[in-house]
Design a protein. Structure first.
Length: 156
């Protein structure tokens, strides 16, 4: 079972997938069910059972349709290139696999303090906020003119 309890599902991407939209509503519904199975699978995004490609009979039992119907719908999805297969014949979702890689990279960056491309070198001489800067300028003028106190209200 996958360690991931949730994943991003971009509704507009699902709706705008031209290959998927060419498929029947039944095939589209099967694809969503298969995405759920691939989300829980190891490796993530692949339709494998115990490290082997899931067989049509197994999938039919898992999604609750007759094997013949599953085979027909899978052929429809395959013809539309909705999914990819490994050389061993394991079906996988390109999107889930890609999202997993991005997620893993983000997690690795998070463990080391964030995306290294976004990190900046700290400024060795931090600048005070503007209202403090104005007060300091006024205080400096007062010191130069040998004032004995600084009127904060005058410089705020």
């Amino acid at each position: 079972m996958s360690k991931r309890r949730w994943s991003k599902f971009w509704w507009q991407d699902h709706e705008r997938d031209a290959a998927l939209r060419l498929c029947s509503l039944a095939a589209q519904g099967l694809w969503v069910r298969l995405l759920c199975l691939m989300h829980e699978a190891e490796p993530y995004g692949y339709l494998c059972l115990n490290g082997h490609p899931a067989q049509p009979r197994q999938l039919a039992l898992m999604v609750g349709v007759p094997e013949r119907q599953l085979t027909r719908l899978m052929a429809e999805l395959g013809k539309a290139s909705v999914f990819s297969t490994t050389p061993e014949g394991c079906i996988f979702s390109r999107r889930l696999v890609r999202d997993r890689l991005v997620s893993d990279q983000g997690a690795a960056w998070g463990r080391t303090g964030g995306n290294p491309r976004l990190q900046t070198q700290p400024d060795p001489t931090p600048t005070p906020p503007p209202h403090i800067s104005e007060w300091l300028v006024g205080a400096e003028r007062c010191i130069r003119s040998r004032c004995t106190h600084v009127d904060r209200a005058e410089h705020d």
